[in-house]
Ligand binder design. Structure first.
Ligand code: ZN
Length: 284
C-alpha cells in the first residue's frame, strides 16, 4: 500500500487555520467508524450462543452476516462449510485488499467467543458498511471465515491447527492469491487492548498500520514491539506471498475459556481497531 499523507495534510491545514501548531501532537481521535454499531454486531453474534463450524447456530448466523455485508455471498469450503464474503468496489478493479475475520467459535461447551470470533467479525462487518464504493483505489474484499478453529477432538497443537483448522481462510487465499495485502482481525475487542506486531505479520504493512493508528489518534493501542508468532487465518495468504498482518491481543486472559463473553468486550477497543484499520484502507 502507498503511504498516505492526507491525514497529515489535513491536520497541517487545520493548524495553519487556527495558528495552533501544538495541536498536531494532541490530535482528537478520528470519528468515522461507529464503535457502538460494532458492539451491536458483537452482541448479535453472541446472541446465537456457541457457534462451532457447521452447527445450526453458525449456519443461521452466516445467513445474517451475508445480509449485513455489501454484495454479501457465500463461498463454499470443504465439509459443507461456508465463508461469508462481501466487497466494496475500488477505483482500480485489478487491485484487491482482503480484510478477514473468523465467525466460528471454538467447540467448547458453553463457549460463546465474544472476543475470539465475534470481535473481529464485528469490526470487519462495520468497516464494510462504512467504506464507500470507489472511495479507495483497491477493491476491499471482506471475508468472514468459517472453520478457523480445528475440529473437536483434534490435539491442540500448532501443527494440527495449521493442517486441520484455517479451513475457510485456505479457500479464500486460493481465491485471492494476488491480493496486495491481507488484514486479519482476531482478538480486537477486549478491554485494555494492546496490539503489538504479531511475529508472522508483515513488518512493512504493520508499520503502515501503526502510522494509520497514530493518524486516527489510537497509536497507544499499537505498542512498538513484536510478540511471538501466532498461527492464524493470515498464514494461508502469507504462504502465497501476500503481505499479511494479524491484529490479535494474545495476552487476552480468557483465551479458549468460557469467560470469553460479553463482559470482556469494550466499545472503545472495537472503535480503536475500526478507526485505525479504516485509516489504513483510506491510505491505500
Ligand atoms: Zn480461537
Amino acid at each position: 500500500m502507498r503511504a498516505a499523507c492526507l491525514g497529515a495534510a489535513t491536520l497541517a491545514a487545520a493548524a495553519l487555520a487556527c495558528g495552533c501548531g501544538a495541536s498536531i501532537t494532541a490530535r482528537p481521535p478520528a470519528n468515522r467508524f461507529d464503535g457502538a454499531a460494532a458492539m451491536r454486531w458483537v452482541k448479535l453474534q453472541v446472541g446465537y450462543g456457541p457457534r462451532p463450524a457447521g452447527s445450526r447456530a453458525s449456519r443461521a448466523l452466516a445467513e445474517r452476516l451475508r445480509r449485513a455485508l455489501p454484495q454479501g455471498r457465500f463461498q463454499p469450503a470443504p465439509g459443507g462449510l461456508r465463508n461469508v464474503v462481501g466487497e466494496v468496489p475500488g477505483r482500480d478493479p485489478g487491485d484487491v485488499v482482503v480484510v478477514g475475520a473468523h465467525y466460528d467459535t471454538k467447540n467448547i461447551p458453553g463457549f460463546v467467543g465474544a472476543i475470539d470470533g465475534a470481535s473481529g467479525t464485528a469490526v470487519a462487518v462495520q468497516l464494510a458498511r462504512t467504506l464507500g464504493p470507489r472511495e479507495v483505489r483497491p477493491t476491499v474484499v471482506f471475508a468472514l471465515f468459517d472453520g478457523e478453529e480445528s475440529p473437536r477432538g483434534t490435539p491442540d497443537t500448532e501443527a494440527v491447527f495449521v493442517r486441520r483448522g484455517l479451513r475457510g481462510s485456505k479457500v479464500a487465499a486460493s481465491a485471492w492469491p494476488h491480493a496486495r495485502a491481507m488484514i486479519l482481525l482476531d482478538f480486537v475487542g477486549n478491554r485494555h487492548l494492546s496490539l503489538p506486531r504479531e511475529g508472522y505479520s508483515d513488518a512493512r504493512l504493520w508499520s503502515r498500520l501503526r502510522a494509520a493508528a497514530r493518524r486516527a489518534g489510537f497509536g497507544g493501542a499499537f505498542p512498538d514491539r513484536t510478540t511471538g508468532p501466532v498461527a492464524d487465518d493470515h498464514l494461508p495468504f502469507r504462504h502465497r506471498g501476500v503481505p499479511a498482518i494479524d491484529l490479535i491481543d494474545f495476552d487476552f486472559p480468557c483465551l479458549h475459556r468460557r469467560c470469553d463473553d460479553l463482559s470482556q468486550v469494550s466499545t472503545r477497543s472495537l472503535d480503536a481497531t475500526g478507526e485505525s484499520v479504516l485509516q489504513l484502507l483510506l491510505g491505500s
